[in-house]
Design a protein around this ligand. Structure first.
Ligand code: COA
Length: 385
């Protein structure tokens, strides 16, 4: 039977701490008027000591599970799109898997900079359509504030922290994710980058500092407006739809002027675009799912609408997807008991995680080194001693 990939849950989490433009103007030579007129950003959320990429991701995921009315053990796959993982490994997705108690799920991180959420949604939808998974969590989560150069006014004004999550589920009824377009042009990699550990560091003091986001703002701006228009058109056509069928476009929230230019390029009124970057800045992979949550809450996206998600970012990467928003929200009363069950499970997940760690230590102490003589696997017959 043909499987379709439907978005059945969504959630978001942002740090409590709000950082205004005025606050940034005390760190670098800028001001609220410049930032608002050039970007549309008024404020952003910034992680404090207790927030991590994985903690924000897990909170967004819990909310998405509530909306979908699923238990953590119903999830087969967790993908976290992020450029700011807690660790290079373990994957942030594995930390989320453990925090939720999603004991049947595979988990991995995906890196495609700010386009990561579209890539992750595409991979999850295809895995579901192929029948390899029934339910997936797709998460975009970032703590960009930890990789910004707070002395560089060209970048530190733009970004913010947060997380957004979708539950994607398979069903035989047509709809859901209709088309996915993913693209990359690595020749523009130097225009927007964050160095990793596999790259030789420059000699001298800079080599000892933590890497920060480096960007050529003007070039990225030009690239972004071009690819948003082209990839939106392509993704809509690939879904067998026309622009007139599309009720809402949820673009990556980087800069209001980029969205305005895309609206002109697509010959659409700005009201067709969801914009909430004034309150969050550019939260990278989290921006599209956060904007989706607010679009649903504000009634801007209604059941049976067609919606386009379109993103771009470092790589260079870009992508777009057309979705039939064929969502029927569950009545709250029907989920109350499930809610209690889920909360209990999250508590149990913490106990289970702690228990497994203790057990591993006890096993290590009792059985000693796994490479000790008596534990050696038997040699194949005929092999030398
Ligand atoms: N405050 C005040 N002045 C600033 C400033 C700031 N925060 N940042 C730059 N300027 C100055 C520049 O130094 C320059 O001064 P000069 O003319 O004396 O040299 C002037 O403002 C214009 O700089 P420019 O880079 O042309 O500004 P811009 O209109 O292109 O805006 C960005 C800069 C970064 C806001 C804009 O290019 C942008 O948003 N680009 C896309 C970035 C993006 O979205 N990245 C993430 C993609 S996922």
């Amino acid at each position: 039977m043909t499987q379709y990939a439907h978005i059945t849950g969504w959630g978001m989490a942002v740090p409590e701490r709000v950082m205004t433009n005025d606050e940034i103007s005390r760190l670098v030579d800028t001001n609220d008027e410049w930032i608002q007129s050039r970007t549309g950003i008024k404020e952003r959320r910034v992680a404090d000591a207790k927030d991590t990429t994985s903690s924000l991701a897990a909170e967004a995921a819990r909310q998405a599970l509530e909306v979908a009315d699923l238990a953590p053990e119903d999830i087969d796959l967790i993908i976290v799109a992020t450029s700011t993982p807690d660790f290079t490994f373990p994957a942030t997705a594995s930390l989320v898997q453990d925090a939720l108690g999603a004991v049947r799920a595979g988990a991995f991180d995906l890196s495609a900079a700010c386009t990561g959420f579209i890539y992750a949604l595409g991979v999850a939808a295809d895995t579901i359509k192929s029948g390899s998974a029934k339910a997936a969590l797709v998460i975009g989560a970032e703590t960009m504030s930890r990789v910004l150069d707070w002395k560089d006014r060209g970048t530190c004004i733009l970004f913010g922290d947060g997380a957004g999550a979708f539950v994607v589920q398979g069903s035989e009824s047509p709809g859901g994710v209709l088309s996915v377009l993913l693209r990359s042009d690595g020749s523009g990699g130097d225009l927007l980058s964050l160095a990793g550990s596999g790259r030789p560091r420059a000699a001298g003091l800079a080599g000892f500092l933590d890497p920060t986001v480096q960007m050529n703002g003007r070039e990225v701006f030009r690239f972004a407006t071009r690819v948003m228009v082209a990839s939106t058109r392509e993704a809509v056509a690939a879904a067998g739809k026309t622009m007139a069928d599309i009720s809402l476009i949820i673009p990556h929230q980087a800069n209001r002027r980029i969205i305005e230019a895309a609206a002109r390029g697509l010959d659409l009124p700005e009201e067709k675009f969801m914009i909430n970057l004034d309150r969050y800045g550019n939260t990278s992979t989290a921006s599209i799912p956060i904007a989706l949550c607010e679009a649903v809450a504000d009634g801007r996206l209604r059941p049976n609408d067609y919606v386009v998600f379109v993103g771009f970012g470092g790589g260079l990467t870009w992508g777009a997807t057309t979705v039939h928003w064929d969502v029927t929200p569950l009545p709250a009363a029907a989920t109350r008991w499930h809610q209690v069950g889920r909360r209990t499970r999250y508590g149990l997940a913490r106990v289970r995680s702690f228990g497994r760690r203790v057990l591993r230590k006890v096993e290590g102490a009792v059985f000693g080194s796994p490479t000790a003589k008596e534990d050696e696997p038997p040699k194949p017959p005929g092999s030398k001693k």
